[in-house]
Ligand binder design. Structure first.
Ligand code: KIV
Ligand code: NA
Length: 270
């Protein structure tokens, strides 16, 4: 199977409609990417790895090194999906030039195809600057976790008219600047639908609407790795219990000398 491309993803939305919704999941490691890859169109190396992998309190402390290393692992583990890397907080906001340097470094060190930046109108110039210079950009509007200190929390966006209008105009600005797709996160459903109708590029929803052009979830959330997840997460499995039960069984076998058994041991030649 040949790897999908950014233009092919962009072209999935024709005249405002996407026949088959676009599938995206996060991936942070090679093996995880390998398992998810055949089922996805896009793999996102999200800066959510700050909380999910590193136990950080938010995505704010995530570094370029973390993003580049995990992105390289995900590229090595995949051969079908388009790999998109989140630009970490602080690496792209100050100027289009800063953003280009950081994005180029991420793509050169990882082999990923595109980057994702949070923010709307304020990022439009940067989106144009990068995409005109060889770096495809995915936008991200609504609940933008890197802005937690400005927003004051992770609550859904678009409940007031002013907020709703801002989300729609932000998405339009990114679309006009050349974003190839836009993540719409934590937005009241009618506004997610309005955004999807208002932009020519595909929208990828998370806590948004089934009418978005695609969907994304954090893989560990979807797998049931965590007890507490946002309302918009559907737990498709209970991997936390599987891990706990397996560790419990292993520990018991070690303690009663049941492991290792004859199958796991080497014997001298006779
Ligand atoms: O970092 C992340 O995982 C994301 C997705 C939730 C869209 O940005
Ligand atoms: Na992110």
């Amino acid at each position: 199977m040949k790897r999908l491309t950014v233009p092919k993803i962009r072209a999935r939305k024709v005249d405002g409609t996407t026949e088959e919704p676009i599938v995206m999941l996060t991936a942070y490691t090679a093996r995880q990417a390998q398992l998810l890859d055949p089922h996805c169109d896009l793999l996102l190396v999200g800066d959510s790895l700050g909380q999910v992998i590193y136990g950080l309190p938010s995505t704010i402390p995530v570094t370029m090194e973390m993003m580049a290393n995990h992105a390289a692992a995900v590229v090595r583990g995949s051969y079908h999906s388009v790999v998109v890397v989140d630009m970490p907080f602080g690496s792209y906001e100050a100027s289009p030039q800063d953003a280009f340097d950081a994005a180029a470094r991420l793509l050169k060190e990882s082999g990923a195809a595109a980057v994702k930046v949070e923010g709307g109108e304020a990022m439009a110039e940067t989106v144009a600057f990068l995409s005109q210079r060889g770096i495809p950009v995915m936008g991200h509007v609504g609940l933008t976790p890197q802005a937690v200190n400005v927003l004051g929390g992770y609550m859904a966006r678009g409940r007031s008219d002013a907020e709703a209008e801002k989300i729609v105009s932000d998405a339009k600005a990114l679309d006009e600047a050349g974003a190839f797709a836009i993540v719409v996160e934590g937005v009241v459903e009618p506004i997610a639908i309005e955004v999807t109708k208002a932009v020519s590029c595909p929208t990828i929803g998370i806590g948004a609407s089934a009418k978005c052009d695609g969907q994304v979830l954090v893989t560990e959330d979807m797998l049931g790795m965590f007890e507490r997840v946002p309302r918009f997460v559907k737990k498709y499995n209970d991997i936390a219990t599987t891990i706990e039960e397996t560790a419990k069984t292993y520990a018991a076998e070690v303690r009663d000398r049941g492991f290792p058994g004859p199958d796991q041991l080497y014997q001298p030649k006779n």
